[in-house]
Design a protein around this ligand. Structure first.
Ligand code: GLU
Length: 253
């Protein structure tokens, strides 16, 4: 069975200061279907955003952000578990940080846990350990965390679902004739050095962190697919019908 990592961003999981339950339900339904064909891992952002729905602290302060993640992470996982219960899928939580991929021993421990969970058809739900990550050891955005998860846990592909439905030939916010690039084999260096500008209040990424994630994988010979997390039809056709209708496939040559 092929192994796929799906990453979903905070902006997709929340709406108007609350969790976007319908979108989460749709995501769970897609994952449940895909688990018949693939070994799946989910990298989910949204801890800070979920925490804020319970305790609206100013997230610009690091200590507040860490507290929000501590409140939001178990809430988010409980929502996922309730959602996956109807498919009889057991979920698990793995909180990782950049240092877990710096040390071979720590990576191996995490990989052993992942292998055991997948063997028993448990869905690993991964997030950065926002409470303990210090500035030097932070991914800060789950796009790059998910690329590391895909590479170090031997996935065949990473799928990023976000408010960005693909990689455009020019900025779609400025140019109405911008077109989605369907296949990309390499990313120009200057594109990777642009400033990271997240689209949402709780999002950390933006297109640049997604390109960095794609580049990390392309350099290591693995593909990444990027599509809308609001409308799952493109990712659904791609994963379940082998049809590439929308979204961008970053594919090594
Ligand atoms: N780990 C953060 C959270 O769960 C989000 C990081 C990101 O936006 O990629 O809130």
């Amino acid at each position: 069975m092929k192994r796929v990592v799906i990453k979903v961003g905070s902006h997709v999981l929340t709406q108007d200061g609350s969790l976007a339950y319908d979108r989460i339900k749709n995501l769970c339904s897609l994952i449940a279907k895909a688990m018949d064909r693939y070994e799946l891992l989910l990298v989910s952002s949204g801890a800070v955003a979920a925490g804020w729905t319970k305790l609206p602290l100013d997230r610009r302060l690091l200590a507040n952000k860490q507290a929000l993640a501590a409140v939001g992470q178990p809430y988010l996982i409980s929502v996922y578990q309730a959602c996956f219960d109807r498919y009889e899928i057991v979920v698990s939580q793995l909180l990782l940080g950049a240092d877990d991929f710096d040390s071979r021993r720590r990576t191996e421990h995490a990989r052993d846990a992942v292998e055991t969970l997948l063997k028993h058809k448990v869905l690993p739900i991964i997030n950065e350990n926002d409470v303990t990550t210090t500035e030097e050891l932070i991914f800060g955005d789950n796009d790059q965390l998910s690329a590391h998860v895909a590479y170090y846990f031997d996935a065949d592909m990473l799928i990023i679902l976000s408010d960005i439905d693909g990689y455009y030939d020019k900025d779609p916010r400025v140019h109405s004739d911008a077109k989605i690039l369907k296949r990309v084999h390499n990313i120009e260096k200057e594109k990777l050095e642009l400033e990271c500008l997240p689209n949402g209040e709780f999002a950390t990424g933006g297109i640049v962190t997604k390109l960095k994630a794609a580049n990390f994988l392309l350099e290591r010979g693995k593909p990444m697919f990027m599509a809308s997390g609001f409308d799952l039809s493109d990712v659904e056709s791609f994963l379940l019908e082998d049809k590439h209708k929308g979204g961008t496939l970053f594919e090594p040559r």
